[in-house]
Design a protein around this ligand. Structure first.
Ligand code: PMP
Ligand code: GLN
Length: 383
């Protein structure tokens, strides 16, 4: 009943979080924080519910959140967006990705270029859209794409170049050369750019540079973000897409038949978050950078080789030095051996390329420091 190529298999996040629940292991698999976000944001959701914001909101999103996102794009990136036409609220970045790709690509002659490993929903929505996935490899340990690989992947068949920066699962932040080349290739082959920037505020040596701010990019780029990571509200599923009015209208045309609308009481709360002061945004990046360092030191002490991420929730470690030959098997056994759950990078690769990531494992750093330290001390048994 589901796609023959296996792209709609049960997601690795459900499998690994269930494994953590079953074994009582520390869950450094699925990326969600173990602490609440800003009190003002939580309070605003309670107030919205008490204030009666409990029915269908407008299809594009409530005007207050559309304005808040538009102000945010101006404040952080100098982009001037019309909140009524160039912003669309979605059920998280997940729906934004699905609606965007379903709107922009049309069948097997359209190719979507992605960097591999990729967030798992990318391959699934490309399959749902009936398009062809073309991958550009990111290689251990810095996970920057080779520009020649990128040039070989993009052609006149390319409808969309799908970027994720900062990148899940590797934590890479792409260099200016990579971003520039994406725009140049999109212009040359008349492709669109879809850029998933859900970790935009979790860049450790900022500032974050959205592709949409590069010369020539805005008119062919849809930018996706979400309140989940920035405000530690991953369960609220409030995301957004920004870009030129005609492309946003196309995404809205699909979104209305996926969820119609979403999260009436959470939208005003995320608007409060998006308008928080600079100290909040600097603080979350600093805090996660400290956690990255605690996790990285713990993994090194346990004997892993560790890549140093420049952003996102995640750190990739190589378990080869610990004798691993199959990351999926290593992760299945890890709760039993060490009481920790992590995710094999093979879950983020196409079947033909899984062997390139055979010993790499993703750990989430978005947990309390004492939890990361406890995980590190448990992992020490692997040495
Ligand atoms: N894109 C990336 C790169 C992610 O890591 C995630 C998940 N956390 C999403 C999209 C989905 O975001 P949301 O929870 O807002 O749907
Ligand atoms: N984005 C988070 C991760 O990569 C969670 C994703 C999910 O549960 N679908 O871990």
């Amino acid at each position: 009943l589901v796609s023959a190529d296996g792209s709609l298999h049960p997601t690795i996040f459900a499998e690994m979080s269930a494994l953590a629940a079953r074994t009582g292991a520390i869950n450094l698999g699925q990326g969600f924080p173990d602490e609440d976000g800003p009190a003002e944001v939580l309070e605003a959701a309670r107030a919205a519910i008490s204030g009666g914001m409990n029915q269908y909101p407008p299809g594009r999103g409530i005007p207050d959140l559309l304005s808040a996102v538009s102000e945010h794009q101006r404040r952080f990136y100098g982009l001037a967006l019309d909140p009524a036409a160039e912003v669309l609220v979605t059920a998280g970045a997940t729906e934004a990705l699905a609606a965007t790709l379903l709107a922009l690509v049309d069948g097997p002659d359209d190719e979507v270029v992605v960097f591999e490993p990729y967030y798992d929903s990318y391959a699934a929505v490309v399959a749902l859209a009936g398009a062809r996935l073309v991958t550009v490899p990111l290689r251990w340990p810095d996970f920057q794409p080779d520009l020649d690989d990128l040039r070989r992947a993009v052609s006149d068949r390319t409808r969309v170049i799908l970027v994720n920066d900062p990148h899940n699962p590797t934590g890479a932040v792409f260099t200016a050369e990579v971003r520039d080349e994406v725009v140049r290739l999109a212009e040359r082959h008349d492709a669109l750019i879809v850029t998933d920037e859900v970790y935009e505020h979790l860049v450790f040596d900022g500032p974050h540079v959205p592709i949409a701010t590069l010369p020539g990019a805005y008119e062919r780029t849809l930018t996706i973000s979400s309140g989940g990571k920035t405000f530690s509200t991953t369960g609220w599923k409030i995301g957004w897409v920004t870009g030129p009015a005609d492309l946003i209208s196309a995404v809205l045309a699909v979104k209305q038949f996926l969820t119609y609308v979403n999260g009436s009481a959470f939208q005003p709360a995320i608007a409060v978050g998006v308008r928080l002061g600079d100290e909040f945004f600097r603080g979350i990046a600093r805090d996660l950078r400290d956690k990255r360092d605690v996790l990285g030191a713990g993994l090194r002490a346990a004997g892993f080789e560790v890549s140093v991420p420049a952003g996102s929730y995640f750190t990739v470690a190589d378990a080869r030095v610990l004798g691993a030959t199959d990351a999926a098997e290593f992760c299945r056994e890890l709760p039993e051996r060490a009481g920790v759950v992590a995710i094999p990078l093979t879950a983020f690769a196409t079947p033909e390329h899984r062997s390139d990531y055979a010993t790499l494992v993703r750990f989430a750093a978005c947990k309390r420091v004492e939890v990361l330290e406890e995980a590190a001390s448990r992992l020490a048994v692997l040495r």
